[in-house]
Design a protein around this ligand. Structure first.
Ligand code: ARG
Length: 465
């Protein structure tokens, strides 16, 4: 048993201080100091509201609000002595405030609890991260739009099963990611709307008997309204789970793009060259240029989804309202947010910097009999064959080309007529990849004309937001 004095913030009923192990397991200051700015902003709004409602005097509120700014500047200057004995950021800030301004500081905690305080601070912190994610996603989308625009009509192979399927345009491939990241962006926006209710005033769990004005603090802190049930308010961490959910899906998308960059930058593909700024060398193999940033982006989804699973497990089965388990919410969310922001920034940088190799893309576009579907479609359109039969005839022609080690356009008309007598010279018009992609004009298709429409649509949407 430690013989230190009992905690000065709550130790009135305690005869002795906590055991060192109790202090170690209880303290969150090591990580929740990241919420200092939110804590102080919330406390300043609370003090102003208490004065406006006549709960504390104007002069006390003024002293508190100014004193809190001093505490903030000390923290920002790295000139603050964080104490583990004071457990968390809330009590560290309050204790320092009392040191600085005396009695008035002791009135700050009127009509609130650390339970609504931590719910507020964390919500504000996560809300900031939603804004940061939205901004970072917009940067990724802009980089993809630039790439899409530069190569809106460049041909490349489209894959299914990582086997060449049909030719597509580079612009279309870039725009596929724009769609994914735009959905991610809307998920962060949706989550932000839902979380934007102010917990302050729920107090410990039941509300308070002081005549507080929750609308006032909600408005001062940029919330749409106060939360409506005090028990739910101090027990809820959905907002963090939604942020993690949106982050998990977004990092999964980032991981898919990263994987393509890894594959595409390999010597076997040479579809893109990553910039030196986003590559690394090998300490032993002088020729190497490794896509480490892409690989790390590919990996980040592991810890981000891990955080989502971890926090869900912390919350599962907790009775209402607050339990100390909930202090375990923060570290994983902090780590996930840091990982996501880094992955988004690295992706924006890699995509903006990379150079697509138009010639390699074009050479690969025609390989693997990528226009076989165009040939089958031509047999349907020009000769009136049922699609299943056209599929069969085309299969026979593919086999012929494969046996000869050539591509479909290299077969002669006589070769083709040997398989189906009615085939005419016109067929060669659909075997070229440029014609193939230009023909896919259905809404959402890969034709450059459709791709350019989508680029214009997203450019307008992203700048508007
Ligand atoms: N450090 C605590 C947390 O992060 C603050 C809330 C403490 N509340 C309490 N009743 N002990 O959850």
């Amino acid at each position: 048993m430690s013989d230190t004095a009992s905690n000065k913030m709550w130790g009135g009923r305690f005869a002795s201080g906590p055991d060192a192990i109790m202090e170690a397991i209880n303290a969150s200051i090591g990580f929740d100091k990241r919420m200092a700015a939110q804590d102080i902003e919330g406390s300043r709004a609370h003090a102003a509201m208490l004065a406006a409602c006549g709960v504390i005097s104007d002069s006390d509120a003024k002293a508190i609000r100014e004193g809190l700014l001093t505490v903030l500047s000390e923290i920002e200057a790295g000139d603050f002595n964080f104490s583990t004995a004071l457990e968390d950021i809330h009590m560290n800030v309050e204790a320092r405030l009392v040191e600085l301004i005396g009695e008035a500081g002791k009135r700050l905690h009127t009509g609130r609890s650390r339970n609504d305080q931590v719910a507020l601070d964390f919500r504000m912190w996560v809300r900031d991260q939603c804004d940061a994610a939205i901004g970072a996603l917009e940067a990724v989308i802009r980089a993809l739009l630039d790439q899409a625009e530069a190569g809106a009509d460049w041909v490349m192979p489209g894959f299914t099963h990582l086997q060449v399927a049909q030719p597509v345009t580079w612009g279309h491939h870039m725009m596929a990611y724009v769609e994914m990241f735009a959905r991610d962006l809307s998920r962060f926006r949706d989550a932000r709307v839902r979380m934007n209710e102010c917990p302050l005033g729920a107090a410990a769990l039941a509300g308070t008997s002081f005549p507080i004005d929750r609308d006032m603090t909600a408005a001062a802190l940029g919330f749409d309204r106060p939360t409506a049930n005090s028990l739910d308010t101090v027990a809820d961490r959905d907002f963090a789970l939604e942020f993690l959910g949106a982050s998990s899906i977004c990092s999964m998308h980032l991981s898919r793009l990263a994987e393509e960059l890894v594959i595409w930058s390999s010597a076997q593909f040479r579809f893109v060259a990553l910039s030196d700024r986003f590559s690394t060398g090998s300490s032993i193999m002088p020729q190497k240029k490794n896509p480490d940033a892409a690989e790390l982006v590919r990996a980040k989804v592991g810890r981000i989804l891990g955080a989502q699973v971890g926090l869900t497990m912390v919350m599962k089965g907790l009775p209402l309202a607050y339990s100390k388990d909930m202090q375990e919410d923060k570290e994983q969310v902090f780590d996930a947010a840091d990982s996501l922001m880094l992955a988004l920034a690295a992706t924006a940088g890699m995509v903006a910097d990379m150079t697509a190799n138009r010639d390699s893309l074009a050479a690969a576009a025609g390989s693997g009999f990528s226009t076989a579907t165009d040939l089958a479609d031509w047999l349907v359109r020009a000769l009136g064959l049922p699609f299943r039969e056209a599929h069969h005839v085309t299969g026979a022609l593919v086999k012929m080309a494969e046996d000869r080690g050539c591509d479909l356009p290299d077969l002669t008309l006589e070769d083709m007529q040997g398989v189906h007598g009615e085939i005419t010279e016109d067929v060669f018009g659909v075997l070229g990849v440029e014609n193939s992609v230009a023909s896919r004009v259905s809404y959402g298709g890969t034709a450059p004309v459709r791709v350019r429409e989508q680029i214009a649509r997203w450019r307008a949407a992203i700048t508007q937001a």
